[in-house]
Design a protein around this ligand. Structure first.
Ligand SMILES: [Zn+2]
Length: 288
């Protein structure tokens, strides 16, 4: 299992090798949310983020391995830079993997167990430690999703208002700061690609071409994704007006949390996706 502490070690190792690393902000409990940047700072960039949903922590390992691959293969053509954000919900991942044992605050422990309907097994938890599903907390048709709920829960709670959580604020602010040409969000599971959110006709055609490219490269299915709202991808498409994709890794026949024994099947279809996606977006933007 890939833990938050493993991530910090990996980031430190990147840093020792001279790679730019940093943090986009902090979680509810003050954990640093790290990033690793590879490529050319003066050129267009892509953001790749994982583990915004706690139980999908295998995607954090995926994003770290993608960064290692890109670093190792610096001879391959890269038309810009990639910000890798492997774990945007670190408190949630710890809760999911360890239960409430790591928490110092007794009140918080009992609140979380109550939100988890009395269970001390948090392995299926998706939210942060405020019981907010961060991928419903973005300001993009916020609160209008089919599965949205309006009280604290292990999943699907949209929060009191858009961006009420430090993790979603950090991801928003960092995205606005680096102004990516595209974003890629990793989730589990289903081997699907979500790419639509109220685009105009012109953008729709371009985004569809990019999505089809991703489908060809990964073997995943394109999904229209009607009924989902308030996600990071949705906000990127609507507010930044850039192509943004959610990739659901891993075959649906496996249960949550996605088994690490299947990591090769998660990793290999996605190994070189950040570089190829960035190159495609930059090339399309240049020819427009
Ligand atoms: Zn997810």
């Amino acid at each position: 299992m890939f833990r938050y502490e493993d991530l910090l070690e990996e980031v430190a190792e990147f840093s020792r090798r001279g790679v730019e690393t940093g943090e986009i902000g902090k979680s509810v409990l003050g954990r640093s949310i790290p990033y690793v940047f590879i490529g050319d700072k003066t050129k267009p960039c892509l953001i790749v983020q994982g583990a915004i949903h706690a139980r999908e922590h295998i995607t954090a390992l995926l994003v770290v391995c993608q960064a290692k691959y890109l670093l190792k293969n610096s001879h391959l053509k890269l038309l810009g830079g990639v910000y890798f954000l492997p774990m945007t919900n670190p408190d949630g991942v710890k809760l999911c993997q360890e239960g409430v044992g790591f928490l110092k605050n007794k009140q918080l422990k009992s609140n979380l167990i109550a939100i988890n309907r009395g269970k001390t097994d948090f392995s299926l938890w998706k939210a942060n430690v405020n019981g907010v599903d961060l991928n419903t907390n973005f300001d993009a048709c916020w609160g209008e999703g089919e599965r949205n709920v309006f009280c604290k829960a292990s999943e699907n709670y949209v929060g009191k208002q858009p961006f009420c959580e430090p993790e979603s604020q950090a991801l928003r602010d960092f995205t606005l700061q680096v102004s990516p040409v595209c974003t890629l969000s990793y989730h589990a599971k289903g081997e699907q690609i979500f790419w639509r959110f109220c685009q105009d006709q012109e953008s729709l055609a371009v985004h569809r071409r990019l999505a089809e490219g991703l489908a060809n490269q990964t073997g995943y299915q394109l999904v229209s994704g009607e009924g989902s709202c308030g996600g990071y991808k949705d906000w990127c498409i609507q507010t930044l007006q850039i192509p943004a994709f959610t990739l659901e890794v891993g075959n649906d026949k496996f249960s949550h949390p996605f088994p690490y024994k299947q990591f090769d099947n998660v990793y290999f279809p996605n190994e070189d996706i950040p570089r190829r996606l960035l190159n495609s977006v930059v090339t399309i933007n240049q020819t427009e």
